[in-house]
Design a binder for this molecule. Sequence first.
Ligand code: NDP
Length: 301
Amino acid sequence: MSRVSESSKSSSQAAEAAPINAGVQEVCCLLGQPVAGNPTQFMIEKAFARLGLDWRYLSFEVPPEALGDAIRGMRAMGFRGGNITKPHKVAVIEFLDRLSPAAEMMGAVNCIVRQDDGKLLGENTDGKGFLESLKELINPAGQRVVLLGAGGAARAIGVELALAGAASIAVVNRSAERGEALAKLLREKASANATYVPWEGEYEIPADAQVVVNATSIGLFEPEARVPVKFDQLASGAVVADVIFNPVDTRFLHEAKARGARTLDGLGMIVNQGAIGFRLWTGLDPDKALMRDAVEEYLGV
Ligand code: NDP
């Protein structure tokens, strides 16, 4: 049961600081290695406090050999849920009780939700968070998508775009093995019109692409790094998105904007995936503007 403080019930100006604990607190967590520098705890704790929830969100450094014990600990101590980050997103599955259909399809979990019967459900909110951001600019149903990358983020985004009814998805990736595997997964498990496109040299974004997503790790913490694509044929009105969140205004987005694209930065995805988890754990809608401010403050961007 979620607990909302009296002060937040009586006032729309909910307390910024968590109320003094009058009982046992609800706990959520982040498990990964490394977790230092991850903004999730800072962002979620601000959102708890804004709603006057006497909840805690803690980050734990968990090595791979301790992951099973950590999940058993979450279950034994009645944690409400949490997030899973690198390197555990795939390995965690064997320790969970159930998976959501999307997590099952992706073969990866980034969010755990304790259910009413005490069982732990594995969910994947990365792609859903991206989709929520994207829908602020364009409905992907019926659109032609270029997806750059075939790693964890690309898998999550590709599955959600396929489930949302994208007309076609071109998976452009450096390594053929990963690129082909993702295109196959999208065709076979999500009934998508997906093809693998080898990425050699500069990739020319085709004129009919309506949504272009950089889901590679190129540019993270490297403002000068360049995603090797050409936007010369980019259609006007196309939406170009980046999963990179630091820097926020990436070189990729900068180049796309110069060609007239509508752009979407990686912070929206972080905030939205966090907000989806928050709703699953608490049943309440968090203040997403506050969460975005928190991430920007934490990352100093
Ligand atoms: P992975 O390591 O699983 O995948 C990395 C991808 O980037 C692969 O497709 C890889 O291609 C490609 N890549 C890396 N370097 C190059 C290069 N020089 N040239 C071409 N392709 C390259 O990482 P994730 O998918 O987990 O994460 C990707 C990025 O997304 C990270 O920067 C992460 O921080 C970010 N992210 C952002 C989120 C958000 O909320 N904004 C959420 C999750 C992730 P190849 O297969 O050939 O190696």
